[in-house]
Ligand binder design. Structure first.
Ligand code: GLU
Length: 482
């Protein structure tokens, strides 16, 4: 048996952390078992699905490295992979269920149903469709439809009995059929509902393992009923537990960024995201935290996926991103940073020796690629656009002798014939001694004047990379300004 798994997002918005983790677990499981990873777009809810969302989801999946073996843009033997292009397959299945007596037409109007719902509510009962149309014969129903009556299609759920599934993550789960509704499988406009479409697709696409969020656990008995009624083998199920925020409430926007693209924009590496997402509900040995994608493929195992909710730890992800940043060699890291510099300072930017030096200088402390862009403002900003951060300026300008320090520093530095870090350091330390000031005071004054910020990469190296001319010009400007 070849393992075939799928990720089936509804394109109603961005790819979020939860969806990305589901996609990743499917991907890892497929790769580990030399199987196929299928991407299917579940866009039957046309009022909420958009082409932009599809595009964004595909882009974010590719960014994470979760390339699908079959799906949109690349096709495959069981396509199309977009539900709106598969209507004929659902219609056929619905016809089959109707003629075998597993489903029936329901003529109850939305208004009638609403009344039934209110009625149940007023009697403090949970609403279940009272099966009013369950015994209308197919012939009679078809006659009414011919006369123009609108009808939905409902599944004829057995009135009693149990369905047991052996969920790979949750173990044995039993459902009491008497608690289930005669659920709708096709709306009156003939469009299939999620439960019908998902079964038809998973069956026809020969999906062997359904790995998805546990918000779908309660749909599973309905789907098992449909599999059986259509005569399809039932796949294995693995329902992944929820992801919670640090306050143990379901992860949401309130907690911070939850969309994959937001992390990308903030300068997270896809390797770090994948590494962290893998640990969000799975562990190898309770202590290893660093995994390359290849190691994940080798080590990932659904049997070590926890049935308990996972807590999303923003700090841990940030830490892991830093670890990953330090895994990359300088050249590679520079390549990853390049787009962020370009987006801030223009497309004309080209990687050069100084850029590599700046990367080396900041690599140890970087937690996100954006840190680099923030810290190297002083280098990338055009000279005529350079400005000193006002808050930072206030902090140092308040201390006595600020202007004199800058003036003296300018003189000392302009006298240097060799512009390198050790000469710069020597000159500034001599100045410290001569002025009988604390080193920190002198260095912070120079730092603010030249880099524009109180936080910058190491000072002497920064000045060396910035160059003598630009350094002196900024000191001069600061003196004049004061
Ligand atoms: N389209 C469904 C969702 O996004 C997928 C459910 C499933 O994997 O069966 O929640």
């Amino acid at each position: 048996m070849t393992v075939r798994v799928r990720f089936a997002p509804s394109p109603t918005g961005w790819l979020h952390i939860g969806g990305a983790r589901t996609a990743l677990y499917n991907f890892l499981f497929a790769k580990k078992h030399s199987g196929k990873f299928i991407l299917r777009i579940e866009d039957t809810d046309q009022s909420r699905s958009t082409d932009e969302a599809i595009k964004a989801i595909l882009e974010d999946m590719r960014w994470l490295g979760l390339q699908w073996d079959e799906g949109p843009e690349i096709g495959g033997p069981y396509g199309p992979y977009r539900q709106t292009e598969r209507s004929h397959l659902y219609e056929e299945a619905i016809k089959q269920l109707l003629s075998s007596g597993s489903a029936y037409y329901c003529f109850c109007s939305p208004e009638e149903l609403e009344k039934m719902r209110e009625d149940a509510l007023s009697r403090k009962l949970s609403f279940r469709y009272p099966r009013k149309c369950r015994n209308i014969s197919l012939e009679e129903a078809e006659e009414r439809i011919r006369r123009g009556e609108p009808a939905a299609v409902r599944f004829k759920t057995p009135l009693e009995g149990r369905i047991k599934i052996n969920d790979i993550v949750r173990g044995e789960v039993e459902f009491d059929l008497s608690q289930l509704d005669d659920f709708v499988i096709a709306r009156s406009d003939k469009s299939p509902t999620y439960n019908l479409a998902v079964v038809v697709d998973d069956a026809l696409m020969k999906i062997t393992h359904v790995i998805r969020g546990d918000d779908h656990l309660s749909n599973t008995p309905k789907q098992v009923l449909i599999y059986r009624a259509l005569g399809y083998p039932v796949p294995e199920f693995a329902h992944l537990s929820m992801i919670l925020g640090p306050d143990k409430k379901p992860l949401s926007k309130r907690h911070g960024s939850t969309a994959v693209f937001e992390f990308k924009n903030k300068g997270y590496l896809p390797e770090a995201m994948v590494n962290y997402l893998a640990l969000l509900g799975w562990s190898f040995d309770d202590k290893t935290t660093f995994f390359t994608p290849q190691e994940l493929i080798e080590k990932f195992d659904l049997s070590r996926v926890s049935a308990n909710p996972a807590v999303f730890d923003f700090q841990k992800l940030e830490w892991l991103n830093g670890v990953w940043i330090r895994q990359l060699d300088t050249k590679e890291l520079a390549k990853r940073i390049e787009p962020y510099v370009k987006s801030d300072y223009g497309e004309n930017f080209e990687i050069d020796e100084n850029f590599y030096k700046l990367v080396e200088l900041t690599k140890e402390r970087m937690k996100t690629l954006r840190d680099f862009v923030d810290w190297t403002y002083f280098y990338f900003i055009e000279e005529n656009e350079f400005s000193i951060d006002e808050k930072d300026l206030k902090k140092v300008a308040a201390s006595s002798g600020f202007k004199d320090i800058l003036k003296e520093a300018r003189d000392e530095l302009s006298a240097l014939s060799n512009w390198d870090r050790s000469e710069i350091e020597k000159a500034l330390r001599e100045l410290v001694a001569r002025l009988e000031e604390k080193p920190k005071k002198v260095f912070q004054a120079v730092r603010v004047a030249v880099t524009g910020r109180l936080v910058s990469p190491p000072l002497f190296e920064s000045l060396e990379i910035l160059g003598k001319e630009r350094t002196l010009r900024r000191l001069e400007k600061a003196v004049l300004f004061l």
